[in-house]
Design a protein around this ligand. Structure first.
Ligand code: GDP
Ligand code: MG
Length: 162
């Protein structure tokens, strides 16, 4: 079977932009408005001759109600069916309470998690990314999903884990 990578995180951290970067085409919908991706959306990906599936998810939030609860539930299903989870954080904002709640949820899932420090558009922001060690998920992996900075290294790292 083709291995599955789920991309999760709170709204607006750049999950869909990262998904497009990982699959090498603009297919996942990117929006400034949070909550555009409602479901789990799988995309075929290839890197160095290996095939895998990347699943985009809607923004995860704790104690969500109504529509937001349904979106969070879909993200949790994506996690439970993934081989590796990519947890995306917005480096320009830093670790929030919602990120910390997501980390607790990810721990319960017992899945391998790769912490991606997104929006590291320049070298100066790499310093900010190191502060995300505080989340307790190991080394933050700095990328700019928007500009492609660090994307090749991230793909290599994902394949190591699959
Ligand atoms: P999602 O809600 O987590 O899927 O986030 P989106 O991928 O829809 O992106 C939300 C916003 O963040 C959009 O305006 C993106 O252009 C922006 N964004 C995503 N990745 C980056 C990045 O690496 N750098 C910067 N500066 N902005 C980004
Ligand atoms: Mg999205």
């Amino acid at each position: 079977p083709v291995p599955v990578v789920a991309v999760v995180g709170r709204p607006n951290v750049g999950k869909s932009t990262l998904v497009n970067r990982l699959i090498g085409r603009r297919q996942a919908v990117v929006e400034d408005t949070p909550g555009v991706t409602r479901d789990r959306v799988p995309y075929d990906a290839q890197w160095t001759g290996r095939q895998f599936t990347v699943v985009d998810t809607g923004g995860w939030e704790p104690d969500a109600k109504d529509r937001a609860a349904a979106i969070a539930a879909q993200a949790e299903i994506a996690i439970s069916t993934a081989d590796v989870v990519i947890f995306v954080v917005d480096t320009t904002v830093g670790a929030t309470d919602v990120d910390e709640a997501a980390v607790r949820m990810l721990r319960r899932s017992a899945k391998p998690v790769l912490l991606v420090a997104n929006k590291v558009d320049n070298a100066a922001l790499e310093i900010e990314a190191t502060s995300l060690w505080s989340l307790g998920l190991g080394e933050p992996f700095p990328v700019s999903a928007l500009h492609g900075r660090g994307a090749g290294d991230l793909l290599d790292k994902i394949l190591e884990l699959l």
